[in-house]
Each structure stands twice: as structure tokens, then as C-alpha cells.
Design a protein around this ligand. Structure first.
Ligand code: ZN
Ligand code: ZN
Length: 440
């Protein structure tokens, strides 16, 4: 864990490693919450959000049956012998799910580990002709469910509503809920490129209240569409299109988060997807408490990681210079790339087309519409390659026509996230985008 060198002051900020996107038996994850938390804590994670679908874990009377969960039951009861077990209807054994408060009491430790309340609002919007958008949104640090999700159900479907309006409605409800609880919450658009740009990036230019999205999620199970340029439709491209449009409109920039979206904890066959420890978020704050972590994220002081962490990231607002460093690692040759979007990019797409993914899991597929913009969006402005085994530091100063700059650190290696929309053959860390004046 690289810490920032900030002197010996007790308030010195440092990096904290966390995963804010994971599931348990409270929804469709395949582990008891204690198992999930214990696994990450033992690995050295500092904070976690158990983001189960459409449920906050506060019901003290939620039981799950052993049927179909024989191995998890046996392993859970061996590891947590004090778990509450009963015999339910039909003589089937049931175990009670621990609530958020019980889990926090069990695992939280000052300066060492923190559970943050979370849930994943899981919605579908239909927009005619059998087409629909998957809209999944994480709400972090609001220990109550949105009123919009009050009726039970795993996935809620609505039709006849514009996508931007639909997302905005959830963002405003999150803000209102957080206000009523006297705290700040993080509202995050999860895996928008699943399935193949299911949520077009242009929508993020209409929803400035969305400050966070997943640039890295370990569950995007979509094969490359043969009709599309293979490198032109990844999460980096999505991010730059959204931010170029936002910057031109004078809106806050979108920040990128990394998360495992963990569902499988026992090596279940999922092609390496939805497994622990692949993608995470590194947040820099003085102390390990939810308010500080959320404030740091809202200030953009965090990094999305897939198997690689920076040593330091700093942005000097006086000179507009972004500096990034990464520590030495035996044999590893790192590259730092800086990406900008230019102020005179064209909003008229070079071309537009509709295409259908080659394989779409077991879901009904439909065509998506794509827009290809000019190369002034997400332009690679500077590349610095390091020698094997050496530490690397690189800087980029904003040019007058740069709308923002962000950096990506890469290291050759097998990607931890095997899903198709992830960078191939390299580990990656993404800094946030920076510009001279950021809106809050
Ligand atoms: Zn999701
Ligand atoms: Zn999820």
C-alpha cells in the first residue's frame, strides 16, 4: 500500500483501499456477508460497501434457506459458529443474514477497517420495440433505501421515461435522502458500457448531478461486436466523450471508480469475472471514516485501480500540471499516458451506426446506436515509458486548448478483469480528470 509522503503530522492524508461494489446473499451474491467482508479485510482492504441489489441490509429477520447453498452453509457455519440457524418450513435449515449494523460492529476497527452503507439501485428502462437500458446505480453512505425502490423486487422496470430524466430522478432522491440523514452520499452510475454502451455517454452531459461512474467493473460480460472498431468503444472512450461534452457545457467533470462487482467468492466458474480483488478504488484522506472518504471522492482525490496502484498523484492548479508517480517493481516496465480533450472538438459525429453485440450472455439482445467522434476527444497527449524495474514519474501541463487532463498508468501483464471491455494485457490505474477550476 503506497502511502503519500506528507510529513509526520497526525492529520497527514494517506491512501485507503476499498471496494464499493459487491453482492452477498442479501441479493444475488454467493456468500454470507460475514464471509465477503472477512475475505476482503484479510486481504488488507480498508473499506467496503456491500452494494446488494435494491436492498439495504437493515432487516434483522431475513433468513436464507440451505437448499442450493449447501457448500456456503457448511463453510459459513464452520467459520462463524455463532451464526443464527433455524429449521424452516419443510424441515429446511435456514440461516439469518447479519445486518449492516451487526456487520459493522463485528468488523470495523479504527484506522484499520470500515464498512460503509451501500446498495445498488437496479433498474431497467424500456424504450419501445423491445429495447431497454439496464440502469444500475450505487448509493454509498446512505443507510436507507431510496423511496423509489420501496416496493419489493429484484429489478424494477419502467417505460415511457427519458433515460436522462430517469437517472436524474434517482440522483435527486439520493441527494434528498442524504440531506435528510445529515450526511453526504456518493451516487454512482455503474457499468454504463454493459451491455455495449447500454447507456450512451451523451446522457452524462444531461445529468451533471452524476459525479461518478465505473470506469472499471469486473462484470461486463459482453463479447466484442464484430461491426465495431475494437479499440474505439471501451470505458476510456466513454469517459472522454462524457467529459468533453460536460466541459464544453461548463458542467462538473465525471469521476471514474473501480469495483469488483463481486458475486462469486468460491472460484465458481464465471470466466474470472465477478471475483474478488481485481478492481478497486484508492481514496486519499486523513482518516478512515465515511464522511472523509466521501469528501475525498467528491473532491476527486482518488484513483480507480485494476491490479496497479500509483504512489502519488498531484495536480498543481497554479500551473495546471498533473504529476503521477509509481513505485519500482522488479521486472515491471510501466507507462504513463496523459489524455486530454481539445476545446475545438466537433460534436457532429464522424459517423453513426447501429450494431448488435456478438454475444450478450443469456439476455435478449437489441441493437445499440453508436456515435464516433473526432480524435480531439480523448487525445493521447503525452506518453512516458519507464525502464523495467524502475520507479516512474511523469507530468503534463495543460495547454490553453485542453479541456482537462487525466492519466493512466499501465503495466504489461494479464489483466485481472477478464471481461471484454477491459484493457488487454496490462494492469491499469486511472487518475481522475483535472482542470484549472473544478465545480463542486
Ligand atoms: Zn449492476
Ligand atoms: Zn452489482
Amino acid at each position: 500500500m503506497p502511502n503519500r509522503e506528507s510529513g509526520n503530522a497526525p492529520s497527514a492524508a494517506r491512501w485507503w483501499r476499498g471496494n464499493l461494489h459487491m453482492h452477498t446473499f442479501w441479493s444475488d451474491g454467493r456468500a454470507f456477508p460475514e464471509e465477503a467482508v472477512a475475505m476482503y479485510k484479510a486481504r488488507g482492504y480498508h473499506f467496503l460497501g456491500l452494494s446488494d441489489h435494491n436492498v439495504f441490509q437493515d432487516d434483522p429477520c431475513r433468513w436464507v434457506a440451505e437448499t442450493g447453498r449447501e457448500r456456503p452453509f457448511a463453510e459459513y457455519l464452520a467459520a462463524f459458529p455463532r451464526a443464527a440457524v433455524r429449521t424452516g418450513g419443510g424441515g429446511v435449515r435456514e440461516a439469518r443474514l447479519s445486518t449492516f449494523s451487526e456487520l459493522a460492529a463485528m468488523f470495523d476497527e479504527p484506522d484499520r477497517f470500515l464498512l460503509v452503507p451501500a446498495f445498488e439501485a437496479t433498474r431497467t428502462v424500456e424504450y419501445g420495440s423491445g429495447r431497454s437500458h439496464q440502469v444500475h446505480m450505487n448509493v454509498v453512505n446512505a443507510p436507507a433505501l431510496l423511496p423509489l425502490l420501496a416496493s419489493p423486487g429484484f429489478v424494477r422496470t419502467e417505460s415511457g421515461v427519458r433515460l436522462a430524466e430517469f437517472i436524474s430522478r434517482h440522483a435527486s432522491e439520493t441527494a434528498a435522502l442524504a440531506r435528510s440523514l445529515g450526511r453526504e452520499a456518493v451516487f454512482m452510475l455503474n457499468h454504463p458500457v454493459w451491455q455495449w454502451y447500454d447507456i450512451p455517454p451523451e446522457v452524462l452531459a444531461e445529468t451533471p448531478e452524476v459525479r461518478f461512474f465505473e470506469v472499471c467493473n469486473n462484470g461486463t460480460e459482453i463479447e466484442p461486436c464484430p461491426d465495431l472498431p475494437q479499440d474505439g468503444f471501451d470505458t476510456d472512450r466513454f469517459w472522454d466523450v462524457a467529459n468533453a461534452l460536460r466541459a464544453r457545457r461548463g458542467l462538473p467533470l465525471l469521476y471514474g471508480v473501480g469495483g469488483d462487482d463481486t458475486h462469486c467468492y468460491r472460484g465458481e466458474p464465471h470466466g474470472g469475472m465477478l471475483m474478488p480483488f481485481n478492481a478497486w478504488t484508492l481514496v486519499r484522506s486523513a482518516s478512515l471514516d465515511a464522511a472523509s472518504l466521501v469528501a475525498a471522492m467528491q473532491a476527486g482525490d482518488f484513483v480507480a485501480c485494476e491490479g496497479l496502484e500509483p504512489e502519488d498523484v498531484s495536480f498543481d492548479r497554479a500551473s495546471g500540471t498533473l504529476s503521477v508517480s509509481v513505485a519500482a517493481k522488479p521486472g515491471a516496465a510501466r507507462t504513463i499516458r496523459f489524455f486530454v480533450s481539445k476545446a475545438d472538438f466537433s460534436e457532429t459525429p464522424l459517423r453513426t451506426f447501429s450494431a448488435r453485440p456478438a454475444r450478450d450472455g443469456d439476455r435478449t439482445t437489441h441493437e445499440r446506436d453508436f456515435r464516433v467522434y473526432d480524435g480531439k476527444i480523448g487525445l493521447e497527449a503525452k506518453t512516458v515509458a519507464g525502464a523495467p524495474g524502475e520507479a516512474l514519474r511523469a507530468s503534463y501541463s495543460l495547454a490553453p486548448d485542453d479541456l482537462y487532463v487525466r492519466a493512466r498508468i499501465e503495466e504489461p501483464g494479464e489483466p485481472l478483469c477478464s471481461a471484454f471491455l477491459h484493457p488487454r494485457h496490462r494492469l491499469v490505474a486511472w487518475t481522475q480528470p483535472y482542470r484549472l477550476t473544478e465545480m463542486r
